[in-house]
Design a protein around this ligand. Structure first.
Ligand code: TXE
Length: 480
C-alpha cells in the first residue's frame, strides 16, 4: 500500500486529522494506496510555509529561479520511466502515452518557464508634454493556489506551478484526489533540485474540503484552476467577493469539421487520435465530428474500421491503445451517456460496451464508441462526456457547418479539415473558441495563449499570458 503524504515546507507530513482517502488503480479496480483527507488546518500550515518563503523567494535573481526550474526539469527527465509507470497506474492511461506525452511535457513546462522568465519584460510609456515617464512593474502576487484535474495529472499540475514559481510566487497546490501520485513524487524532485522550503506546498484531499479551503482562504491571492465547468462556476462565486485573480480552464465539447477537400488519410488518422487519445479524457478532444455530406458514408466506413482496430486493454501493456477510464463513477457517467444517446434515437455505429480484459475484470474499460446523431441539440452533442465517445453527423454547406460547430455552450477548441484557404480564414475568424487547429490537432507551442471562450473558461494560460496572470502590474509615474 502506497501512503501519500502532504508536502509542506519541504517535509512530507501526515494530515493533522489522520483521516485518509482510498486511492484506486483503474486498471484492476483495487485500492492500492491512501491519500490524506486534508482539512483547512493542513491548508493553513501550507499557507504559512508559503507565506514565510515568499519574502526570500520573491527576491531571488531570475538566474537562480531559472536554474532551479531547469534542475527540476532535468530530474523529471532522468526519472521519466518511474514517473510514467506511476502516472499510468494511477490514472489508467497507457504507459506508452504517459512516457511519450505526460511526463516529457511536465519536464517541458519547467524548462519552458525557466527560460520564459528570463525574457519576460514590461512596458514603459513616455508621457510627452508632462515631463513624465511611466514604467510598469510586474511583481509576484504572493501566495497563490493551483488546483488541477485527473486527466493529465502531472502535465496540468506543473503547467500551473512552473509559471507561478518562476514569477516569484509561493504556491499551495492541490492535485486531483483521484490521481495524486505523481504530484506526491514531485516533492522529492523539488527538494533534490534545491527549491527552497515552502516555495511549493502540495496538499492532498477532496475538492469540497481541501480544495474549498484553498479557494476561500482570504490570503491566497489567485487561483489557477483546471477542471469541470460547474466547479469553475463555484470557484468564481467563492473567489469573486474576495477579489482574487482567477484563471479557469474548464470543459469543452469541441467540433471536428471535415470538408471533402481535405487530405483524407491525414484527417482520418488524426481524427482517431483526436477522438480517443487518453480514453477521450482530454478537454481538447474533438468529440463532435461533422463531415461534409459527399464524403460522409466513406468517412463512416473508414473511421469505424480504424476505431475497431484500437486495442482496449491494461495500461501497462505496450500494445494497448485505449487503457482504463480514471474511475468507476466516471465510467458509469460515460456509460449513462451512451444510454442517453440510444434514448435520443442516436445509432451506436461501434463500441458502446464495457470491456473486461483477462485478470482485469474489475477495471474501468470501455470500447471506443462512435454514435451517429441526427440533431445537434441532443444531449450527447451538447454536454461534455469526457470519455471514449464521439458523435458523427453530416452537413451540406459551409454555413451549416459553422452554425453546428458554434451551437454549444462551450468554446475551447475546434479542428478544421480543408485545403481551401479562404474557408480556413473565414472559419478561423468565426469559430467561437480559444483555439483553432487547421489540418492538425494538438500541436502545442507553449508560447501560445491557451484557454477557452464561453463556458470553457476565463483567462489564458501559456507563455507570457501565464506570467502576466501570476504577476500584479504596477504603474510607476516619474516626473522629471
Ligand atoms: O472535476 P472537478 P471532476 C470535466 C469532465 C468531468 C467533469 C467532472 O467533464 O467529467 O469535469 O470531473 C477540485 N473547491 N473535466 O469531478 O470536480 C478537485 O478536487 C476547490 C474537465 O473530477 O472539477 C480536482 O482537484 N477545488 C477537465 C479539481 O477541482 C475543487 C478535467 C477538478 O475536479 C472543488 C477534468 C471546490 N469546491 C474534468 N471541487 C478539463 N478542463 O480538462 C472540486 N475541486
Amino acid at each position: 500500500m502506497l501512503t501519500i503524504q502532504n508536502f509542506i515546507n519541504g517535509d512530507f507530513v501526515d494530515p493533522i486529522s489522520d483521516e485518509w482517502i482510498d486511492n484506486y488503480c483503474p486498471a484492476n479496480g483495487f485500492v492500492y494506496g491512501k491519500i490524506p483527507d486534508s482539512n483547512k488546518n493542513d491548508v493553513q500550515n501550507a499557507y504559512l510555509a508559503a507565506s514565510k518563503a515568499f519574502s526570500t523567494w520573491s527576491k531571488t535573481t531570475l538566474e537562480e529561479r531559472s536554474n532551479i526550474l531547469l534542475k527540476i526539469s532535468e530530474l523529471l527527465e532522468a526519472n521519466l520511466e518511474h514517473f510514467a509507470k506511476a502516472e499510468s497506474k494511477d490514472n489508467g492511461k497507457p504507459v506508452k502515452l504517459a512516457a511519450s506525452i505526460d511526463i516529457p511535457r511536465a519536464a517541458s513546462n519547467f524548462r519552458f518557464f525557466a527560460h520564459a522568465i528570463t525574457q519576460f519584460s514590461s512596458e514603459s510609456h513616455d508621457s510627452i508634454g508632462f515631463n513624465a515617464t511611466n514604467y510598469t512593474l510586474r511583481q509576484p502576487l504572493g501566495v497563490v493556489g493551483c488546483i488541477s484535474p485527473w486527466n493529465l495529472p502531472l502535465y496540468l499540475f506543473t503547467w500551473k506551478i512552473a509559471p507561478a514559481i518562476a514569477a516569484g510566487n509561493c504556491v499551495v497546490a492541490k492535485p486531483s484526489e483521484i490521481t495524486p501520485v505523481t504530484a506526491y513524487l514531485l516533492g522529492d524532485i523539488c527538494n533534490a533540485a534545491g527549491l527552497p522550503k515552502g516555495v511549493l506546498n502540495i496538499i492532498h484531499g477532496k475538492g469540497e474540503s481541501t480544495g474549498q479551503a484553498i479557494i476561500e482562504h482570504p490570503e491566497i491571492k489567485a487561483i489557477s484552476f483546471t477542471g469541470g465547468t460547474s466547479t469553475g462556476a463555484h470557484i468564481a462565486r467563492t473567489a469573486a467577493p474576495m477579489f482574487k485573480k482567477l484563471s479557469l480552464e474548464l470543459g469543452g465539447k469541441n467540433p471536428n469539421i471535415i470538408f471533402a477537400d481535405c487530405d483524407y488519410d491525414d484527417m482520418l488518422n488524426t481524427t482517431v487520435r483526436s477522438s480517443f487519445s487518453n480514453q477521450g479524457q482530454i478537454c481538447l478532444c474533438g468529440s463532435r465530428i461533422y463531415v461534409e455530406a459527399k464524403i460522409y458514408e466513406q468517412f463512416k466506413t473508414d473511421f469505424i474500421a480504424k476505431v475497431k482496430a484500437l486495442k482496449v486493454g491494461p495500461p501497462n501493456l505496450d500494445d494497448t491503445d485505449i487503457g482504463a477510464l480514471v474511475s468507476k463513477p466516471h465510467m458509469e457517467k460515460v456509460l449513462q451517456y451512451i444510454n442517453i444517446a440510444k434514448q435520443e434515437n442516436g445509432t451506436v455505429l461501434c463500441g458502446g460496451n464495457q470491456v473486461k480484459p483477462e485478470n482485469h475484470e474489475q477495471g474501468y474499460y470501455l470500447e471506443p464508441t462512435v454514435i451517429e446523431v441526427s440533431s445537434n441539440l441532443c444531449r450527447v452533442n451538447q454536454e461534455e462526456i469526457f470519455g471514449p465517445v464521439v458523435t458523427v453527423m453530416s452537413f451540406e454547406t459551409e454555413t451549416e457547418a459553422l452554425q453546428l460547430a458554434n451551437a454549444v455552450k462551450y468554446g475551447l477548441s475546434a479542428t478544421l479539415w480543408t485545403n481551401n484557404l479562404k474557408r480556413c480564414m473565414r472559419f478561423s475568424q468565426e469559430l467561437q473558441t480559444g483555439i483553432v487547429w487547421v489540418n492538425t490537432w494538438m500541436i502545442r507551442d507553449l508560447r501560445t495563449p491557451f484557454g477557452g471562450a464561453k463556458a470553457s473558461g476565463v483567462g489564458r494560460e501559456g507563455g507570457f499570458e501565464a506570467l502576466r496572470f501570476f504577476t500584479e502590474p504596477k504603474n510607476v509615474c516619474i516626473k522629471y
